[in-house]
Design a protein around this ligand. Structure first.
Ligand code: SAH
Length: 345
């Protein structure tokens, strides 16, 4: 079966022509796909054509298997099922400025960060560009009942986006297609644990997404305690790549910093972090570490989060404590998928 969702309009038109149909059908089908439609719903195609397409191709490679809505803040956690039966997660977050969707880029992850639930069983496979788009299309479909659409996307679900570089870039380009969902690249954030050469590549793509770096430590020594990638690239190499990204795209970089008691959360660490980032066009997002039951790392008190934040701000670093959404519905990092997988075995 050919997955059509990952094709741009020109490629889809070529494919449609190769099936023996006129070129204008390509644009029609492309529009339908980006509206989240299945072949059966493409009412401006003949019944025969719909049946033929259905027998050779897939329009929507992703379907929602489970939805959990938080009664507290309206955050919706989604469990998506892919064509091969694998599952990935997504989270819909409602903000004043719009509706944001957190999407996954891989089934599992091979980065091995010690605090993260997504990586516990390693990487199963990369998602295709069409599957990443499919995550948005599915979410848009169920939000259509409320007459809203996804306006912002964060690549912060399971997986390391820069470990699936080509498909992620293809996905980002699909967002810009004339006849497609036309989500502004400026409303997209890409989070990485810091694969340095790919950060340089990304700066050259003409796709000025907001780059988020999962830093989580002020020194290489501390970073290596939880993030294996820190043995490959140092913090100073990451920061150099970020400076280049800022120069090339004009966008500020966001540093994510998950606070864990006894690891990286003392005032001294905040001072070290401020020293690293001084003068950089950036923002720090502080996150109290979400305790994953399979992991031994500790969470942190609100008081300590506030103290850490204060030290950063006193040192003129733009920083906020990230609002936690969907805490009550296993909103964090691979936890819903795990709870489902575990319930099945
Ligand atoms: N692989 C990418 C994106 C996926 S993770 C990356 O590393 O950035 C999205 C964010 O959640 C990352 O900042 C990650 O470090 C963070 N994260 C993972 N597990 C967490 C936990 N238990 N508590 C808080 N943040 C966590």
């Amino acid at each position: 079966m050919t997955e059509l969702t990952g094709m741009n309009c020109a490629e889809l038109t070529e494919w449609v022509k190769a099936q023996g149909y006129p070129a204008f059908r390509g644009k029609q089908i492309f529009r339908w796909i980006h509206q989240g439609a299945e072949f059966g719903e493409m009412t401006n195609l003949s019944k025969e054509m719909r049946a033929k397409l259905e027998s050779v191709a897939v329009a929507q490679p992703v379907h929602i298997r489970l939805k959990k809505e938080s009664p507290l803040d309206g955050t919706v956690k989604l469990l998506y099922e892919l064509q091969d039966g694998n599952c990935v997660e997504g989270v819909v977050m409602r903000y004043k400025y719009g509706v944001s969707l957190c999407i996954s880029t891989q089934v599992g992850c091979r980065m091995g960060c010690r605090f993260c639930a997504s990586t516990l069983e390693g990487r199963v496979r990369n998602l295709t560009a069409g599957e990443m788009l499919g995550e948005i299309l599915c979410a848009n479909r169920f939000l259509a009942d409320e007459d809203i659409r996804i306006s912002h996307v964060v690549l912060m679900g399971s997986g390391e986006p820069l470990d699936n570089y080509d498909e992620v870039i293809r996905f980002l380009r699909l967002l810009k297609e004339e006849e497609g969902i036309r989500l502004s690249i400026r409303n997209v954030s890409l989070s990485t644990c810091g694969i340095v050469p790919k950060i340089y590549d990304l700066a050259e793509e003409g796709l000025p997404v907001t780059l988020c770096i999962s830093l989580h430590a002020p020194t290489d020594e501390i970073r290596r305690e939880t993030m294996p990638i820190a043995y490959t690239w140092s913090i100073s190499e990451i920061l150099e790549a970020c400076r280049n990204y800022i120069r090339k795209t004009g966008r500020r970089v966001i540093f994510e910093y998950a606070l864990s008691d006894g690891l990286n959360a003392e005032e001294e660490h905040a001072k070290q972090l401020a020293g690293l980032l001084r003068g950089m066009q950036c923002h720090v997002n502080l996150i109290p570490l979400n305790v994953v039951k399979e992991r031994e790392l500790k969470g942190i008190s609100e008081e300590k989060v506030q103290r850490f934040l204060k030290v950063l701000q006193e040192n003129h670093i733009s920083a906020t404590r990230r609002r936690e959404m969907g805490d009550d519905i296993e909103g964090a990092c691979g936890q819903l998928r795990r709870s489902i997988i575990n319930a099945e075995v």
